[in-house]
Design a protein around this ligand. Structure first.
Ligand SMILES: O=C(O)C(=O)C[C@]1(C(=O)O)C=C[C@@H](O)C=C1
Length: 363
């Protein structure tokens, strides 16, 4: 499918946006009082643009608090009426979407588990047809950029042009310090595929713990994200869901005070000139790297021919192990990241073996 999407900039549906988009509010709405008290405090901070509150909560195991349900829609309407903040919630099936549209919420989002299911996304998209509602789409639980794209396409094909992607991290396959590990590679790929799509980050679901929120939020701005979704609660210690990752509105304000917001350009000719100069040095070095790589490949091919005539295998595991150890050591001396050196030489070696087996089998 063609990937030229006409996605609306956030400012189109949030005209008073003068900062990165910040969405905040409780993980789950619990009571009318908790909903309104949290909203009143958040509304005092001009950096908060949208109030969020989960009312249908997809929980991993049954028996946990699964949200207050449709009554929460009324509380969200009260928030909007009293504070003027646009309001939004997560929808996970056609029924939720119908209810949220009926209540005229300002924004809806599709959660990570739903994004992973094309049937669920399609069912939601079918209900959204003709509604013009801004829709935020979280990454699927696994780092599959095509699955994420698929969900965006389904919503877009329903006629929704105000779409924002949310990076909320991915299910870890081993112990990590985060609840859901961030995968910037997938986010960069999404940005490459859809350069006009705004992408925000959800540090709360990545971190799982308050203490990691700042580092993830700052990294998001370093990476050029268009905003943040950060959970807040009037009294996080009593929260019925995700208690350890929510902030009081006051602590949210303190976190925001520390964040450095970065921009795509500096609008400063001196900076641009210096950057151009450094980039042209990189261009020269990259050309040299490629020339060296090409000389290496020529030798690898020569060895391939030689091995073929002597019936010797392409893969030489001892040489390969020694070479890798040696390159990693050299890389360390040169202050290079070990995983960069390893990945680079793994790719180079993989290609050598492919080239040599081709030579052996086709010539
Ligand atoms: O040393 C060899 O035998 C090579 O063919 C070169 C090379 C390499 O790319 O460096 C390629 C394949 C072998 O498994 C080990 C090393």
């Amino acid at each position: 499918m063609k990937t030229t999407f006409e996605i609306n900039p956030i400012k189109e549906w949030l005209p008073n946006l003068n900062n990165p988009l910040l969405i905040s509010g409780p993980c789950s709405l619990e009571t009318e009082q908790q909903t309104l008290e949290t909203a009143r405090l958040l509304a005092k901070d001009p950096r908060v643009f949208v109030y969020r509150g989960g009312i249908w909560k997809p929980r991993t195991r049954p028996g946990s608090f699964e949200g207050v349900g449709s009554i929460g829609l009324k509380w969200l309407q009260m928030v909007k009426k009293e504070t003027g903040l646009p309001v939004g919630t997560e929808v996970a099936n056609a029924h939720h979407t119908e209810e949220a549209l009926k209540a005229d919420l300002d924004v809806l989002w599709i959660g990570a588990r739903s994004t992973a299911s094309p049937f669920v996304v399609q069912e939601i998209a079918d209900v959204l047809k003709g509604s013009n509602k801004p829709v935020l789409i979280k990454n699927p639980v696994n780092p599959d950029v095509q699955l994420w794209m698929g969900a965006i396409e389904r919503v877009y094909q329903a006629g929704i042009k105000s779409i924002v992607a949310i990076h909320r991290g991915f299910t870890p396959f081993r112990e990590t310090k985060y609840r859901n590990y961030p995968n910037w590679k997938t986010v960069i790929e999404l940005r490459r595929l859809l350069p006009n799509l705004p992408i925000i980050c959800d540090p709360s679901h990545i971190a799982g713990k308050r203490e990691y929120l700042f580092e993830i939020a700052q990294k998001s701005f370093d990476m050029g994200m268009d905003g943040l979704m950060l959970e807040s609660h009037i009294d996080p210690s009593c929260a019925l869901s995700d208690a350890s990752q929510q902030l009081t509105p006051a602590d949210l304000g303190k976190l925001l005070d520390r964040l450095v917001i970065r921009h795509q350009d500096a609008n400063n000719p001196d900076f641009e000139n210096r950057l151009d100069m450094l980039r042209s040095r990189i261009d020269t070095l990259d050309a040299e790297l490629l020339e060296m790589l090409s000389s290496r490949v020529a030798i690898v091919k020569q060895i391939g021919q030689y091995k073929k005539h002597n019936n010797v295998t392409a893969l030489q595991i001892n040489r390969w192990s020694q070479l890798m150890d040696n390159r990693v050591k050299l890389g360390k001396k040169l202050d290079l990241n070990e995983s960069l050196v390893k990945t680079l030489f793994q790719l180079i070696h993989e290609d050598s073996v492919r080239l040599q087996t081709d030579i052996m089998d086709t010539e």
